[in-house]
Design a protein around this ligand. Structure first.
Ligand SMILES: Cc1cc2nc3c(=O)[nH]c(=O)nc-3n(C[C@H](O)[C@H](O)[C@H](O)COP(=O)(O)OP(=O)(O)OC[C@H]3O[C@@H](n4cnc5c(N)ncnc54)[C@H](O)[C@@H]3O)c2cc1C
Length: 342
């Protein structure tokens, strides 16, 4: 058998990143595995430009900045990260070692596993009416987009936004004043967004079309307009558009490990809340959105605490002589500690 890690962390969202840092602090030989080519999970894939207001110690912080901070923090112990590697199965062998297989055929071994796969992989929902217009998705900083990164590069254009949830309304308010025009198109009679954000639409200058739906767009290589239709009267309108932001949610594609006899509820691993360990398969832990138990809250701050609990329990499981409670974090950053490590 090749290298056997102490702990393999599957999924480099905010929770996996914090777990990786924590595993480094506990002196574990660890690797963080991520199916995408970047860290950050939902924060990078879905809402990099959104502010987060409920993060411990930050009155407000952009999702992408929080991930940068977590990445810097997790890099302190030089833990390994493997990108573009999707774990598709986990089995416990006769020697009580976990064998994790990735889609690309690699097998890696570990004494314990922490599942931080969150919502799984992220596939944005597409508008059925835009089928056949996928070439607009390839336009740089214009055309059709599902996720916006570096928003300033998109400013100054005619923008149309599809959706009626928080993300759609947040983008409408953000682009309003930074664009030639902003139109918001929602097919349902009600919004699914915060009251404050809905009220702000009044007198904002955003052209609101509700209940209207998309029925098409221009032909050619470059997006120039979209066609919308009233849900009841069937009246059609053409709206000039350089950029169409589609924010109508993501298709769930939860990770399943067919050969791991863990209990799963709502796509999340059922764990003991005090240790975040699976009762069915000791040595398997889960934290963040991919873990569940009675009264579970899916929040980044909660997931981070769960990561710390799971890693401390994993450390104790690997070596029963160590304390479950870690030392103060400052001990791991002291000159003495770093000299000893060298
Ligand atoms: C629009 C929106 C706004 C939100 N705002 C807030 C907020 O303000 N405050 C708050 O606390 N929470 C907020 N949340 C919730 C928050 O984003 C989640 O609770 C958080 O992302 C959970 O982190 P995680 O690391 O558990 O999972 P995720 O962020 O889902 O990350 C999981 C990672 O695992 C990877 N992965 C999945 N399967 C595999 C596999 N088989 N192999 C390898 N890698 C895999 C994925 O690619 C992903 O990178 C919001 C969510 C959304 C959608």
């Amino acid at each position: 058998m090749n290298n056997v890690y102490d702990l393999i962390i599957v999924g480099a969202g905010p929770v996996g990143l914090f777990a990786s840092f924590y595993a480094g602090m506990r002196g574990l030989n660890t690797v963080l595995i991520e199916t995408r080519n970047e860290v950050g999970g939902a924060l990078t894939a879905i809402y990099p430009e959104k502010y987060i207001y409920d993060m411990v110690g930050f009155p407000k912080i952009l999702a992408k900045d929080l991930i940068n901070n977590l990445y810097v923090q997790s890099s302190h112990f030089n833990n390994e990260i493997k990108f573009n590697s999707q774990i598709v199965d986990i089995v416990k062998n006769e020697e009580d070692i976990f064998e994790l297989s990735s889609k690309n055929g690699e097998v890696i071994y570990s004494k314990t596993v922490l599942i931080t796969t969150g919502m799984g992989s992220f596939t944005p929902r597409k508008l059925p009416a835009l089928k056949g217009l996928e070439h607009f998705e390839k336009q740089e900083y214009s055309g059709i987009k599902y996720v916006i990164k570096d928003k300033e590069k998109y400013y100054g254009q005619k923008v149309v936004i599809a959706g009626g949830g928080n993300s759609a309304l947040d983008w409408a308010h953000d682009f309003n004043g930074n664009s030639k025009s902003v139109s918001l198109v929602h097919r349902l009679p009600d919004w699914q967004a915060h009251e404050e954000s809905i009220e702000k639409l009044q007198g904002s200058g955003i052209n609101v079309y509700q209940p209207w739906q998309f029925v098409g767009a221009n032909e050619g290589d470059k997006l120039e307009y979209v066609v919308i239709e009233h849900m009841e009267t069937k009246e059609q309108k053409t709206i000039e558009a350089d950029l169409l932001i589609v924010n109508i949610g993501f298709l769930p594609s939860k990770t399943k490990f067919e050969n791991l006899p863990i209990k799963v509820k709502g796509g999340a691993v059922m764990v003991e809340p005090s240790s975040l360990e699976s009762q069915e398969v000791p040595g398997v832990f889960a934290a963040g959105d991919s873990a569940t138990f009675e009264g579970k809250l899916k929040l980044i701050c909660v997931g981070s605490a769960e990561a710390a609990i799971a890693v401390n329990h994993a450390a104790k499981k690997i070596d029963n002589t160590v304390s479950l409670k870690p030392q103060f974090s400052s001990n791991f950053f002291s000159d003495d500690f770093n000299k000893k490590k060298k």
